[in-house]
Design a protein around this ligand. Sequence first.
Ligand code: NAD
Length: 298
Amino acid sequence: MSDVAPVVPGAAVGFIGLGHMGSPMARRLVAAGYAVRGFDANPAARPEGVAAARSATAAVTGAAAVVLMLPDSAAVESVLTPGLLERLAPGTPIVDMGSSEPARTRALAEQAAKLGVPLVDAPVSGGVRGAERGTLTVMAGGDPEAVAALRPLFGVLGTRVLHVGPVGAGHALKALNNLLSATHLLVSSEAVLAGREFGLDPQVMLEAINGSSGRSGSTEDKWPRFMLNRRFDSGFGVGLLLKDLRIAAGLARDAGRPCLLGEAAVELWARAAAELPAGADHTEIVRWLELRHDEKGD
Ligand code: NAD
């Protein structure tokens, strides 16, 4: 593998995928002094202040690093192959910051390595607000030299930047994190609805739970910000979450450690995703539970 130069402010960065997360991330890089050229397949995705490239190839040509913030492995593969990988100078790091499948990430990294291009996976946690504020947690997997070269860029996007292992390790860890998060969100929704039916005030319940052992990111953050007020606008779609859960469950099965509770959660989330309106936010899981309860008439 060729030497990888540190990706510091001033460097040209090709940024592909300017959706809920990619837009604020690209804007932060611009504000930090990176020369970002952004591209998204959706012509409406044109964040203010980010120079728009005509194509993915135009965005990455001559770039010192390429950041991908795409929905899944299929999108990442379709952007990088065939053709785009070959456009990169050896030693130009590609970083997949979306939540992709570890095995497919590893296969792509092998393909890229043959061209002298290091591929790093660095998925993030912290949601749209974390992307706007630069307070994401970044879970990087890959060659230590490439991860070190990307640290200045990661530091603009996140406050907790962890090198968690070889390529694919970040994507594995992110999927497992989301399995936990989704399971907490589902069971906390069931508990709040049961309490409400019993006559408890959900706000009082959360106040008590958040000072008790039942608390989680769901009760401390998602319930107060997006669910109690019924805004359901976290900016993370239920379809994307389901993709992560399936990755985590598959990983556990492949590792010979199938998750019984996790598999049950995936099944429930799959039903919710099928029955909620297209494009529903993942916090609408509580709406789905309400709907099921109403339909049963009990
Ligand atoms: P999003 O759907 O809002 O954005 C994805 C963008 O990619 C869209 O604008 C889409 O047009 C674009 N795109 C899709 N295929 C493309 C292609 N072939 N070429 C160019 N552009 C293409 O998704 P998001 O919420 O920003 O999430 C992006 C990734 O980050 C996903 O893997 C998701 O699981 C992960 N993630 C999301 C959140 C969140 O809170 N939304 C948090 C952490 C991680």
